[in-house]
Every structure is written in structure tokens, then in C-alpha cells.
Design a protein around this ligand. Structure first.
Ligand code: NDP
Ligand code: X2W
Length: 342
């Protein structure tokens, strides 16, 4: 069986990554591609690296006929995404990559995103898209909300530890480095090569990053009481990749055992031997997340480090993994490619 796929936001970074991944998928065929300023152009014009593929021309979203589409990926900016998804056929399966449907409480959405949610019906039915922890709900979902890429990284490190009670919940520090493609393809002055290369800096300091809404929601639910992590992201002059470093109070061997057991049967989350730490270089272009644990010289302190590619496991790879589940396809289909190295 071949399923017909639409991608909205196909001229952006996560859209391009979805096209790249779906091109190698045995059961999905791209039949519609949506864009905004680049509508009317071919994919080869917008993304020369995809010129070998036979793909439809980019259209404005209102020019797309969704009647024969089995599943639609929305790789649009947040706020735009909620109005677009609210206007799609109500029975169409959707995987949204934006932040619009991740937070279950509309007040939390308004707190972190600064505007009232305009698609509350869809928000109420959305399933959070961190595959390994919401697999059963995703299988039957109509609308899946992909996680933030920073939020995915932090949750792979911390969820099993919070659930098992092996770390001090009031002393979690999460320091994270994110590559530039995490900010998307649109032109921004602070993302010009001259302004970001040869240095790096913290942003959204003072635990103000909007992915804290996801951390608060998920970690507090797991713990059964409020959990607030101290979180600082940094912009690094690399194209792809996220490296998260957690400074935790707990026993390193117990933390390592807990993570190893939690991910023992997971095809994409790999816990390294105790004492080893991962690198973004070793997951680039792949759907893998590598996690390492190291003991500190202070016996009750440990370091947990996770690496993933923001454009695959952090967004489009995760989205395809969820789409596979929603369409009853093998979860790993189209996603087992090796990382690109060196
Ligand atoms: N980049 C990443 O690592 C991650 C991104 N995400 C989320 O995924 C979504 C897409 O991100 P990304 O691909 O990086 O973003 P880009 O900025 O690279 O792409 C945005 C896409 O949306 C289209 N678009 C912009 N405005 C409109 C509009 N008003 N109506 C219709 N289409 C519009 C653009 O079209 P055009 O170019 O033709 O104008 C483009 O195709 C965002 O919500 C982002 O937050 C989530 C996790 C990680
Ligand atoms: C470098 C950079 O700007 N990274 C982005 C990551 C974006 C992401 O995960 O996506 P959402 O916008 O869908 O939440 C950030 O930290 O906001």
C-alpha cells in the first residue's frame, strides 16, 4: 500500500528534511507540497540538493486539494500552523512540527507564546509527539504535535530518571547547545555568518525559553508534583545538531542503569557505556539520539549528555516516525540511515 503525503512548509529546513527522508520510504509518496513566498517554484529551484527527485511544484496552501491525501505534515511557523490546521479537513491525519499543539493547557500556551490559542478544538485532541513515551496514543491519533528539538533532547535525558526517582528533582540544571538550523531558513540579521560564526552565546537566559513549557508540563506530570529545571540554551556556529548537558544530583551508576533499561528496546535511543559521552558529529543526518553518563568527583553528582540532530530526531525524523505509527507502517521505515560522518 502506498500512502499519499502532503508537506506544508516544504520550502523550509524541516520541510526539506521531510522530503529527503520520504524519498527513501517504501510506502509514502509525496503528492502535494505547500509553500508561501516560494510558491510557484520547483523544489529543485528552492533546494538544489533535491533536484534528482520527481516532485510536485510548490503551491500556496489554498491551492492544494486535500481530498486524496492520507497524511499531512505541517512544517510551518507556530501561530500560522494553528490557523492552517484548523482549516484542514477534520478527518485528515496531521503531524504538526510547530509548537502550536504541544501544550495541553491553553493558559500555558498563552504564557509561553504570548498569544491566545485560536484552535482549541484541535489542541484538545492533539497527542504529544515524543514517540518513545506516547507510542500507543500516537498510533490512534489524528493530530500529533511534534516536540521542540531542545525539548526532545532534554526529555530523552531526564524522563526515565524523574520517573524512577533516582535524581534530586529540585536540582536539575540543563545546559544545551543548538545549531543554527534550529532557527529555520528565514533571513534574520543575528543569523548572518558574520554575526554568529567564530563565537557562541547563551540565549533565552534566566529560564525563559519557551521549551520550558514542555519541560514543565511533561516532568511535572511524570513526577506527580511541580518540577522546574534550570535551562539555558546556547547558539553554536554549526549547521545541525543539539548537545544537551545535564548537571544532576544522583548516583551515576544508578542513573546509567536506569537510562540503559529504559531504552534497551528502543531502535533510535542509544545509551553509551558508562563514562563515555556522545557527540553531535556521530548522529548528524540520522534519527539517533546518543546518551552518555559520567560520574563526577563528588559522589552524589553526575553528568548526563545527549546528542541528536535537530532536523531529524528533533523534528522531521521524529515526525516521520510518528507518521509511520499513525499509518500502521513499521516504525523505523525510512529512518534507519547511518549518520553522516565525517
Ligand atoms: N528547525 C528545527 O530544527 C526545528 C523546527 N521546528 C518547528 O518546525 C516548524 C518549521 O521549522 P523550519 O522548517 O525550521 O522553518 P523555516 O523557517 O525553515 O520554514 C518555514 C516554512 O513555512 C512557510 N511559511 C512561512 N510563513 C507562512 C505562512 N504565513 N503561510 C504558509 N506558509 C508559511 C515557509 O514558506 P516560504 O519559505 O515559501 O515563505 C517555509 O516553507 C516551525 O514551527 C519550527 O518551530 C521544530 C523542531 C525543530
Ligand atoms: C537555534 C534556535 O533558535 N533553536 C530553536 C529551536 C527551535 C525548535 O525546536 O523548534 P520550535 O520553534 O518548533 O519550538 C530555539 O531554541 O528556539
Amino acid at each position: 500500500m502506498t500512502y499519499s503525503i502532503a508537506i506544508l512548509g516544504a520550502s523550509g529546513y524541516t520541510g526539506a528534511e521531510l522530503i529527503r527522508l520520504i524519498a527513501g520510504h517504501s510506502s509514502l509518496k509525496i503528492t502535494a507540497l505547500g509553500a508561501f513566498s516560494k510558491a510557484g517554484q520547483s523544489v529543485a529551484q528552492v533546494f538544489p540538493h533535491l533536484r534528482h527527485l520527481d516532485l510536485p511544484t510548490l503551491l500556496q496552501i489554498d491551492q492544494i486539494d486535500f481530498a486524496n491525501i492520507d497524511l499531512c505534515f505541517c512544517a510551518l511557523p507556530h501561530k500560522t500552523s494553528q490557523s492552517v490546521i484548523a482549516a484542514l479537513p477534520p478527518d485528515l491525519k496531521v503531524v504538526d512540527l510547530s509548537a502550536d499543539f504541544r501544550l495541553r493547557d491553553p493558559d500555558d500556551y498563552e504564557k509561553w507564546y504570548g498569544n491566545k490559542h485560536s484552535a482549541l478544538t484541535q489542541q484538545a485532541e492533539a497527542v504529544y509527539g515524543l514517540t518513545e513515551f506516547y507510542r500507543d496514543d500516537i498510533k490512534t491519533a489524528r493530530l500529533v504535535a511534534g516536540t521542540g528539538c531542545n525539548a526532545a533532547t532534554g526529555q530523552y535525558m531526564l524522563r526515565p530518571l524523574i520517573a524512577a526517582g533516582v535524581i534530586d528533582l529540585d536540582n536539575i540544571i540543563l545546559d544545551l547547545k543548538c545549531a543554527v538550523s534550529g532557527a529555520g531558513r528565514s533571513l534574520k540579521e543575528n543569523l548572518l555568518h558574520a554575526e554568529l560564526s567564530e563565537g557562541y552565546h547563551a540565549y533565552a537566559t534566566g529560564s525563559t525559553h519557551r521549551h520550558l513549557g514542555e519541560f514543565d508540563q511533561e516532568f511535572s506530570q511524570i513526577a506527580g508534583r511541580p518540577v522546574q529545571v534550570q535551562f539555558t540554551p546556547h547558539l553554536i556556529p554549526a549547521n545541525r545538531g543539539i548537545l544537551g548537558t545535564g548537571y544532576l544530583r544522583g548516583d551515576a551508576a544508578q542513573i546509567h542503569d536506569t537510562l540503559s533499561q529504559a531504552y534497551a528496546n528502543e531502535p533510535f535511543v542509544d545509551v553509551l557505556p558508562l563514562g563515555q559521552t556522545p557527540s553531535t558529529r556521530h548522529v548528524r543526518g540520522s534519527n539517533f539520539c546518543h546518551i552518555g553518563v559520567v560520574a563526577d568527583r563528588q559522589p552524589d553528582r553526575a553528568l548526563v549528555v545527549a546528542a541528536l540532530d535537530n532536523l531529524t530526531k528533533g523534528s522531521s525524523g521524529q515526525a516521520l516516525q510518528n507518521a509511520n505509527l499513525m499509518l500502521n507502517i513499521e516504525e523505523t521505515e525510512g529512518l534507519m540511515m547511518a549518520p553522516l560522518f565525517p
